[in-house]
Design a protein around this ligand. Structure first.
Ligand code: ADP
Length: 534
């Protein structure tokens, strides 16, 4: 019992060691990996998003720079050409012709009364023109802002202000307004009305194509409508992963996404791939730990069984030796007077010697079997003869043990290919077990018979029976049922291992039918000798 508890404790320790040494670190590692993975994927996502932001920022900046450069060029013209109003006008018209994104220019004095409007050389739809009244009214509405521009100009800083202005058709457009000082010292308010969609298509569009390259898709959308003004490739509304308002035209947004997979898809795919790898790693690890645990547990059980075996064998040897010695000494001292008593003592000594011999033979056979050195000599044999011989040799012993034996021999059994000695040994082991494990009803029934291509011998007892859960294990080496009545009976746990080995060598089988408390029947079956399989 104590030994059993010892093994259970050791198994528990082994399991905890494996859990502590392998599973726990692996779990911590996985959790750590999982969190760093989530963090690094989020980081990668952020970096991608920042990269997209940078692209959008640079495009916005570009649009702004272009508009700025236009105002600069107009300012330069105004500053350098003061004399001829006509020359200035033709300069402006050429400028408007060259830059498709600008609808018109207007010039006005500080009071906003003298307004001049310039259009490109091509014919302009009259409805797309701006009335001087409308320009004056707009500037009046923005009087504070205009005043500020003058103040800044006075302190040497030229600022550009965006204002919104309506054309004859009532469409609102963006106008960039700034103050310019001509060489003669007159201050002028200059307005540059920009055609948003023309600018986006013709000016910004080219830059967008360049920025998109093979990696991105870019588009500009008009807010509050599903309309895409310009896109660098196949792109539909809502496709963009990142969007920003255009600084120049707050009514429009510019959007970007990766060509092919979106950033989120790329990051998610990477995340799941890594997650699956970690999962697989864990499965392999757990499977490995399970295999190690099972192997070590099996080895530990075997070590325990071996140590039980040694103590069992010692006990098995000690009892008959003590008896032999006791009766031998009694006889030696000539203390026994009656011949009958003497005969009884001699019988006991012979019986105990036979028991010892069987025990030693079993151990020797087992060790030969383990070393793969057990040899069998097969020849045609009659199973009935072997059974009869065993019973004849064993009858006295059975009688002494208080057993009654009934037999049912099938007289027409075909021959088998067998090693007679080995079969007798197997049979003896089975009968010996029946004797050992029948405590109350001491009856044996031995029968032989044929079943299709095999012949068999059944050894049936009315003993303690075998628990169904143990029935497979009792054939394992050193294994003994360690509960209940069996504990009281000593044994080595080798008998049935030998029986199985012998039957395997004969290409036969050993099967068991048993019920707890009712008894067991062991059947040893052998294939019929090839010439007789008819
Ligand atoms: P042992 O030396 O313990 O008898 P065996 O290998 O012959 O070793 O048998 C293994 C175990 O099978 C025994 O310990 C016993 O519990 C069980 N066993 C074998 N034969 C019988 C039987 N006829 N009735 C009940 N239990 C049996």
């Amino acid at each position: 019992m104590l030994e059993k508890i010892g093994t259970i404790g050791a198994k528990g320790k082994l399991a905890s060691v494996l859990v502590l040494l392998v599973i726990l670190p692996a779990m911590f590692y996985s959790i750590y990996e999982f969190t760093t993975l989530t963090r690094s994927e989020a980081l990668i996502g952020d970096i991608y998003r920042q990269q997209l932001d940078v692209v959008l920022f640079s495009l916005n900046q570009y649009a702004w720079d272009i508009a700025n450069s236009w105002t600069n060029s107009i300012n330069d013209d105004l500053v350098s050409h003061t004399t001829s109003q006509k020359a200035l006008s033709s300069l402006f018209v050429r400028f408007l012709d060259e830059n498709a994104g600008i609808r018109c220019l207007f010039l006005t004095d500080r009071s906003g009364t003298d307004i001049e409007v310039f259009y490109p050389g091509i014919r302009i739809n009259p409805r797309a023109q701006f009335t001087t009244n409308e320009i004056a009214a707009t500037l009046r509405r923005q009087a504070d802002a205009v005043e500020r521009l003058f103040r800044l100009q006075a302190s040497g800083y030229r600022k550009i202000d965006p204002i919104f202005i309506k054309d004859k058709a009532g469409e609102t457009s963006l106008a960039l307004v700034f103050v310019s000082v001509r060489r003669n010292g007159t201050h002028q308010v200059v307005g540059m009305v920009i055609d948003a969609e023309g600018f986006i298509r013709d000016v910004l569009g080219r830059k967008m194509d360049e920025a998109a390259g093979d990696n991105f898709l870019l588009s500009v959308n008009r807010k509050n409508s599903a309309q895409i003004v310009y896109a660098t490739g196949e792109m539909s509304q809502g496709d963009a992963r990142q969007t920003k308002d255009l600084w120049l035209f707050p009514d429009y947004t510019i959007g970007i996404r990766l060509r092919g997979q979106t950033i989120d898809e790329v990051v998610r795919a990477r995340f799941y791939r890594n997650l699956v790898l970690i999962g697989l790693l864990n499965v392999v690890l757990i499977a490995g730990v399970w295999v190690v645990y099972r192997t070590v547990r099996h080895e530990m059980e075997l070590a325990q069984l071996k140590s039980d075996f040694v103590s069992n064998v010692s006990h098995e040897i000690k009892t008959p030796l003590a008896l032999i010695r006791m009766f031998g000494e009694t006889l030696q001292l000539k203390r026994v007077r009656s011949e009958a008593k003497k005969q009884e003592y001699y019988d006991t000594i012979v019986q105990e010697t036979e028991r010892l011999t069987r025990l030693i033979n079993n151990i020797l056979n087992f060790s030969r079997m383990e070393a793969g050195k057990k040899e069998y000599h097969f020849e045609p044999a009659d199973l009935n003869t072997i059974v009869r011989d065993v019973l004849k040799n064993y009858s006295t012993h059975l009688e002494n043990e208080g057993f009654t034996v009934s037999t049912r021999i099938d007289g027409r059994l075909p021959m088998v290919d067998a090693d007679g000695g080995a079969i007798a040994e197997a049979l003896l082991n089975v009968i010996d077990n029946s004797i050992k494990y029948s405590h109350q009803k001491k009856h044996l029934n031995i029968s032989t018979g044929r079943e299709r291509t095999t012949v068999y011998v059944d050894v049936e007892d009315r003993g303690i029976g075998i628990d169904p859960l143990q029935q497979k294990r009792i054939f394992e080496k050193f294994y003994r049922v360690s509960s209940g009545l069996v504990q009281e009976t000593k044994g080595t746990g080798l008998g049935l291992t030998l029986v199985k080995h012998i039957l395997d060598a004969h290409k036969g089988t050993v099967t068991l039918r048993s019920e707890m408390g009712k008894g067991s029947t062991f059947r040893l079956s052998f294939p019929i000798h090839s010439n007789e399989q008819t």
